[in-house]
Design a protein around this ligand. Structure first.
Ligand SMILES: *Cc1c(COP(=O)(O)O)cnc(C)c1O
Length: 386
């Protein structure tokens, strides 16, 4: 009746079939996955705040005060005093006039891009490796989307000149979600000014990670694109997405962005958790420094066992290549008590599978040494058997 079984078989034949693994403890470095105690080295909870005592208490208190569900969309009965407080806090944290909180980072990109680029004749210039939510935002827009080579500013400028857009925007991740590298935001901002294009930067993996005190790409580069997108689900360790920009743009989005308007508001519990998380980051910049130190230490150690990787972000992709070998690595690591999933097509290109290692501020050198020992053993084992 359908060809779904054929399509499913094809996924399996290509070593691309996926199944979730289930955690029965929190998103902490020592957790339990599918019944096995493991060292977690694949969370976006970079600062370990998901189980921070103050963050948890803030959410619990909010449930006691407000109950669980928010009960309505933001423009009907679902906006609470704490939504406003979080938006003011985020605007200040990022250095912008105003902010709008969405239910997820995915919905923020979808809503912002499709709402701003809603006219025929609009152009979007989008980095080749941008996150899926940016790609889907472009697809939902009425714009013509032009893809430029990854972080290649010359290619970007050539493509702008070729197309001569009268209106448009440049869109980029700041920290790329699979590569862990950082976009050339100052140049993007400059090209935006030069060609009169809006600039939108997605700080999902930058917030809490880069910049001296973890404020993300604006702090890291001392620069300011027109719109910053972010998520509250990674280093902020809660849930939600947001856009920071001018009051005018935020008012426009609040009135027009469908992914904002037609979905029930986030519950006050996660909003209060996010507010507390931001406070923890503001008051404890040493956790941001500890994360940076772990990143440097891990890159040095990886180099010693033959993986040439240098990164300034918490995402450290270990290149493996073939899909089946990446899965084998991940399985062997899991058997040895380390949880790092293999990332395969379509998240990355075919034949360019990676182990997506991510670090936390709560990891210590002992954890990293243990992981490196195990990885190096598996590397030897696999290179002998292949
Ligand atoms: C994770 C991510 C998102 C989506 O954020 P969610 O809050 O998880 O929906 C958007 N953009 C980038 C670059 C991301 O890495």
């Amino acid at each position: 009746m359908t060809d779904i079984d054929d399509k499913l078989q094809q996924i399996k034949d290509n070593n691309l079939f996926r199944t979730p693994k289930y955690l029965s403890k929190g998103q902490e470095k020592h957790t339990n996955v599918d019944g096995r105690d493991v060292l977690l080295m694949s969370t976006n909870n970079y600062l370990g705040l998901s189980s921070d005592e103050n963050v948890k208490q803030a959410a619990i208190k909010a449930i006691e005060k407000y109950g669980l569900g928010s009960g309505g969309s933001r423009l009907t009965s679902g906006s609470y005093d704490v939504h406003k407080k979080l938006e003011e806090k985020l605007a200040k944290f990022k250095g912008y006039e105003a902010c709008l909180v969405f239910n997820t980072g995915y919905m923020a990109n979808l809503g912002v891009i499709s709402t701003i680029a809603s006219d025929e004749g609009y152009y979007i210039f989008s980095d080749q490796l941008n996150h899926a939510s940016i790609i889907d935002g472009c697809r939902l827009s009425k714009a013509k989307t032009i893809i430029y080579k990854h972080n290649d500013m010359q290619d970007l400028e050539e493509k702008i000149k070729e197309n001569k857009p009268s209106k448009g925007m440049i869109v980029s991740d700041s920290v790329f979600s699979m590569e862990g590298d950082i976009a050339n935001i100052p140049q993007i901002v400059e090209l935006g000014k030069k060609y009169n294009l809006l600039t939108l930067v997605d700080d999902a993996h930058a917030t809490g990670v880069i910049g001296k005190t973890g404020h993300g790409s604006c702090e890291y580069f001392s620069t300011k694109p027109d719109i910053i997108i972010g998520t509250l689900s990674k280093a902020i360790a809660s849930e939600g997405g947001f856009a920071c920009s001018s009051r005018e743009i935020i008012d426009f989005l609040l009135n027009k962005a469908r992914s904002f308007i037609y979905s029930t508001a986030l519950t006050p519990a996660v909003i209060c958790g996010s507010i507390e998380s931001l406070d923890v980051i503001e008051n404890n910049s040493e956790i941001v420094e500890k994360l940076a130190d772990n990143i440097a230490y891990t890159c040095t150690k990886l180099k010693e066992i033959g993986f040439e990787i240098s990164r300034e972000t918490a995402i450290i992709p270990i290149p493996i290549g073939q899909e089946d070998i990446a899965v084998l690595y991940s399985q062997r690591l899991f058997e040895e008590g380390v949880f790092i999933p293999a990332i395969r097509y379509p998240t990355v290109a075919k034949g360019e599978s990676i182990l997506r290692l991510t670090l936390m501020a709560t990891h210590d050198y002992e954890d990293i040494d243990k992981f490196i020992d195990i990885l190096s053993r598996i590397k030897r084992e696999l290179s002998e058997s292949i």
